[in-house]
Design a protein around this ligand. Structure first.
Ligand SMILES: Cc1ncc(COP(=O)(O)O)c(C=O)c1O
Length: 468
């Protein structure tokens, strides 16, 4: 909701101080100086509340994070207990905090394919960054110093550190940041609606993409290509569910050329797609897995990288040669974060979160698909409790709006006015609510979205944006 002029004019208001002092990620910094922030002060269940007391269903669980909603007492208690017992300790030089050992064991036990070890970090970006470094380390250990190139995909999102932003396949993460770095290659985006040829089935599209991937590897030289990163469902690039048979077809290509596969489960992990892991939903057999977000229900920053036994063996060998494994963050395996994550995983089991997701997911998916007939809607897509509605200027030709017309952003604001926070990614509007969302709350979310969509359609027509 737009801040009132009165709030902004008060020099000590949160809004005025935010404008004065804070840099906002993923924000138009110039425009923010005029509009200021939406200041969120508390959360309860699937809702957050602003400083004026307005409530919003958090349709994206913050940033695809708060799987257990915004007021899970057990997580608050677990954090408080951990803070009192051992508020900080590290994992360097062979030290360990007790909950960190428990969490490592737990994650290895839960992994969708056999994994050997876990490395902890604080963010998805750091986990992916670490994966890149370990892939290079691994190939050096194997005596293949030239096998270093990394493939990801156009529209992928893997983070924003220098290396993980190089994996990310979105223009604003590269432009004028002098990225991507060399060694990073971007394969086709598996979005059937946007990139399939006329009449091409999902299966044929997947075949073509797998063939293109193989051509890319052969053109670069398989002896130079080390790994591919993939989100099971691409999130920030627009919630792109892979076309049927996609992972079945690309995995043999990678195997043929000895290219490792890293599954980025930062969004999909812990139930989002209706299974514990996106890898299970799409039958992906990765060599490494990164996860974060719902690992702690987003209550504290923590991420994890799981690695297979061959990679672990190479790391052991290399660190023996060098004398130390020269990598680690101050907060790798922070005991407060690992304690909260352990409690989160315990709650998932006790409350059978996967069954709940499976029970309510059809309400979200069918409900979103009902908007498919709307004149503004080009495609509705999704799986489990993640989805997106893509707005278009012309339904028949799929012609998009100009990004500068800000149609998605307008809808996002109308949703807020209707008590719903969603994430416009360009003109694709993403949904990824807390996994604990109840059936009635999904209905409410869809109603609010429906009103916002109608209001946006009225604005589009009045402004003539639908006419070329
Ligand atoms: C799939 C995926 N990977 C990595 C990241 C980066 O995580 P972080 O923002 O914690 O660095 C994100 C963040 O949204 C993500 O969605």
């Amino acid at each position: 909701m737009k801040p009132s002029a009165r709030q902004q004019d008060q020099p000590n208001s949160a809004i005025a101080r935010d404008i004065a002092y804070a840099v906002h990620p993923y924000t138009n910094l110039k425009r923010h100086q005029e509009t200021g922030p939406l200041v969120i002060t508390r959360g309860e269940g699937v809702r957050v509340f602003d400083e004026d007391g307005n409530g919003y269903i958090e349709g994206l669980a913050g940033l695809w994070c708060t799987s257990l909603g915004f007021s899970e007492e057990r997580l608050a208690e677990a954090g408080a207990r951990a803070l009192r017992r051992l508020p900080n300790y590290h994992s360097f030089t062979g030290k360990a905090a007790a909950p960190t050992i428990d969490l490592a064991e737990k994650l290895i036990g839960m992994a969708p394919v056999p994994m050997s070890k876990v490395f902890f970090a604080n963010s998805g970006s750091e986990a992916n960054d670490t994966a890149i470094k370990l892939i290079w380390y691994y190939n050096n250990a194997l005596g293949r110093p030239e096998k270093k190139k990394i493939i990801s995909r156009v529209r992928a999102y893997h983070g924003v550190t220098v290396a993980s932003a190089s994996l990310t396949g979105l223009l604003p993460n590269h432009r004028d940041f002098d990225l991507p770095l060399d060694r990073f290659l971007h394969a086709d985006c598996p979005h059937h609606y946007r990139f399939a040829e006329k009449g091409e089935s999902e299966e044929d599209f997947a075949t073509r993409l797998a063939e293109n991937l193989e051509k890319l590897i052969l053109a670069e030289g398989p002896e130079t290509v080390a790994a591919m990163f993939a989100e099971p469902v691409m999130g920030a690039g627009g919630v792109i569910v892979p076309p049927a048979t996609y992972f079945d077809k690309i995995q043999p290509v990678l195997k043929r050329h000895d290219v490792l596969l890293v599954a980025d489960e930062v969004i999909c992990g812990f139930g989002r797609t209706g299974n514990m892991w996106g890898c299970q939903t799409f039958d992906i057999k990765p060599d490494m897995i990164t996860c974060a977000k719902a690992l702690s229900s987003g209550y504290v920053p923590i991420s994890a990288l799981m690695i297979s036994e061959p990679i672990w063996q190479a790391m052991v060998k290399e660190s023996e040669k060098i004398g130390v494994f020269g990598h680690g963050f101050t907060y790798s395996g922070h005991p407060v974060a690992t304690a909260v994550a352990l409690e989160t995983l315990a709650i998932y089991e006790e409350r059978n979160i996967i069954e709940h997701v499976r029970a309510v997911a059809p309400l979200l998916q069918d409900g979103l698909r009902r908007f498919g007939d709307h004149p503004l809607v080009g495609e509705v897509r999704g799986i489990g409790l993640v989805g997106a509605v893509e707005l278009v200027r012309d339904k028949a030709t799929k012609q998009p709006f100009e990004l500068t017309q800000g149609v998605g952003a307008y809808l996002g604001k109308r949703a807020e006015a209707n008590g719903l926070i969603v994430r416009p990614m360009g003109d694709s509007i993403a949904f990824s609510p807390p996994l604990v969302i109840a059936a009635a709350e999904i209905e409410e979310m869809l109603d609010s979205f429906g009103r916002a969509l109608e209001e946006t359609w009225t604005w589009v027509k009045e402004s003539g944006l639908n006419r070329s």
